[in-house]
Design a protein around this ligand. Structure first.
Ligand SMILES: [Zn+2]
Ligand SMILES: [Zn+2]
Length: 181
């Protein structure tokens, strides 16, 4: 997914592409590890606009993911939508130099600056990174997922298990009736 920077008109250009997740090595590896499954291809929309010192890319990424809920372990599908802005620059822009001399610490990431060499920009890595950043760290099938009972393993979304009822028979049940002076 490359563009030749000399082919960007001054008013900018729009790119609409669909790519299978297998096209991205990192996403492919995640699927092979069983971390997630892409139910749909990635729908990618990029607005590429040449600025004075850099090229601004406003991006949108939509797809549908399938992952296992960390609470109940059931797999579920959900829409993944990412919005991002990336600034592609051949070299560190003047503003950044100024920030450095004034003692303000800025990293390329903080201002969304991506450096490239040559005459082409390849969006593949950046899009993959955005997809990974957009995925939940701990996917949960629904906000009120009750998860599994830690004792019997029953999925509590389908109703309570019997563990709570048995509790008074446990080794500490006697403490419940103990009356302190
Ligand atoms: Zn769940
Ligand atoms: Zn239980």
């Amino acid at each position: 997914m490359k563009i030749d920077i000399h082919h960007i008109p001054t008013q900018g250009l729009m790119l609409d592409v669909e790519r299978q997740a297998q096209h991205f090595s990192g996403l492919k590896a995640m699927m092979e590890n069983g971390e997630c499954e892409f139910v749909e291809p990635l729908a990618i929309h990029l607005d590429v606009l040449p600025m004075k010192d850099f090229i601004r890319v406003k991006g949108r990424l939509d797809t549908t993911l399938r992952q296992d809920c960390v609470r109940c372990l059931e797999s579920f599908e959900y829409p993944l939508q990412c919005r991002f802005i990336l600034n592609y620059s051949r070299e560190i822009p003047q503003d950044l130099h100024n920030a450095e001399t004034e003692g303000i610490e800025l990293t390329a990431d903080q201002i969304g600056m991506v450096f490239f060499e040559g005459e082409e920009i390849d969006f593949t890595d950046a899009i993959q990174e955005q997809a990974i950043l957009g995925m939940p760290f701990k996917p949960i099938c629904k906000a009120n997922c009750k998860g599994l009972c830690p004792r019997c393993g029953k999925d509590l979304n389908f109703g309570p298990c019997l563990c709570n009822e048995k509790e008074p028979d446990g080794p500490f049940a006697v403490l419940k009736d103990l009356k302190l002076p």
